[in-house]
Write a protein that binds this ligand. Structure first.
Ligand code: TUI
Length: 317
């Protein structure tokens, strides 16, 4: 059994956290992941607080196991979302796309474990300083809003720079990636794209199919000129967006063009003009299966990977 410090800290069986994916990470996905022994996460995304509260109540009816909420700090509703997660005493809060500093006291007032997602060593150190319990080091292999560093180079640098546990994210979808992350000093992993391609995920079936069919070079980062780079599967929408960026469109024009595109892909299944967020590891995902199978396959593969590594070392003795 591959247990780490974060299993006890977060009250989970496996050191795996589900990514807080806007529109995708709802009560059904989060409760399925928590039931399977990892930490399910409801993503607040840009949703109003009442919508988030409804998902929290739904998840509570679907599992007795702990689950968390991801607070997306660029949301126009972030203040109200924070009040809702505090009201419901959500035990684990992950944050994305910014610095959660101003909400720290509120989270701590209900003893929540706060786990900011960070794209750099500097931010990881700042988060430790303001009382984060864990940090998620998310590499640019990830889907959605990304930083500039890769998981492979960033994780060990953050592990060396902080004393709190580090969770690795970006480019991880199987047991080999899980073991690699532990080798870099991480105490666990966060996975997003792998859980999108699950039976329980409520995203449009065609979205999941596109992840299953994706190859290694099928993602691209758009929106660099807006200061909010986002990794998505290449399609007509990304080609038009990149053309706009090349023609020198303003930040406002690009943001306007991107509005509502994630919902369009996830809920309407529009794979041509929607924003199909996915990580580079989509190329490794060839099936859509139940969350509990995803979990057991990863843990079994992790053990066989470690066994094979030990055998290889034995051969060199
Ligand atoms: O947040 C994510 N992934 C996301 S959020 C999202 S919704 C969205 N859509 C369009 C534009 C922007 C957001 C889709 N995917 N991952 C966690 C993450 N956080 N990645 C990078 C960061 C991050 C970036 C800057 C965290 C902190 C940060 O701090 C800047 C500062 O110093 O305030």
């Amino acid at each position: 059994m591959l247990k780490t410090k974060i299993c006890d800290l977060l009250n989970i069986k496996y050191p795996i956290i589900q990514g807080g994916m806007a529109w995708v990470a709802d009560a059904q996905l989060a409760s399925s992941v928590s039931e399977a022994g990892a930490l399910g996460i409801i993503a607040a995304g840009n949703a109003p607080a009442e919508v988030v509260e409804n998902e929290i109540l739904k998840a509570k009816s679907m599992t007795d196991k702990p689950f968390g909420v991801n607070v997306m700090l660029l949301s126009p509703f972030v203040d109200k979302v924070v009040d809702v997660v505090v009201k419901h005493k959500i035990p684990v809060i992950t944050t994305g796309a910014g610095n959660p500093g101003k909400y720290m006291d509120k989270f701590k007032s209900v003893d929540a474990k706060v786990i900011p997602v960070v794209p750099s060593v500097a931010l990881a150190k700042r988060m430790e300083h303001i009382g984060a319990d864990v940090v998620i080091a998310e590499g640019m292999e990830s889907g959605g809003h990304v930083g500039e560093l890769t998981t492979m180079s960033m994780v060990p640098q953050i592990v060396d720079a902080v004393t709190i546990p580090v969770v690795a994210a970006g480019g991880i979808a199987d047991g080999r990636g899980f073991v690699a992350a532990l080798s870099l000093g991480a105490q666990g992993v966060q996975m997003g794209t792998r859980f999108v391609a699950s039976t329980e995920c409520t995203a449009a079936e065609i979205y999941k199919e596109y992840i299953k069919r994706a190859k290694d070079r099928d993602t691209i980062v758009t929106g660099r000129t807006t200061g909010h780079p986002v990794r998505v599967l290449k399609n007509k929408f990304t080609r038009e967006l990149i053309k706009m960026e090349e023609m020198g469109a303003t930040k406002e024009e690009i943001e306007k063009f991107g509005e509502g595109r994630l919902r369009l892909a996830v809920k309407e299944g529009d794979m041509l003009m929607g924003s199909v967020m996915a990580g580079q590891i989509a190329g490794l995902i060839h099936d859509i299966k139940p969350v509990k199978d995803i979990m057991s396959d990863i843990m079994n593969e992790a053990e066989s990977t470690l066994r094979n590594m030990c055998m290889q070392i034995g051969e060199f003795k």
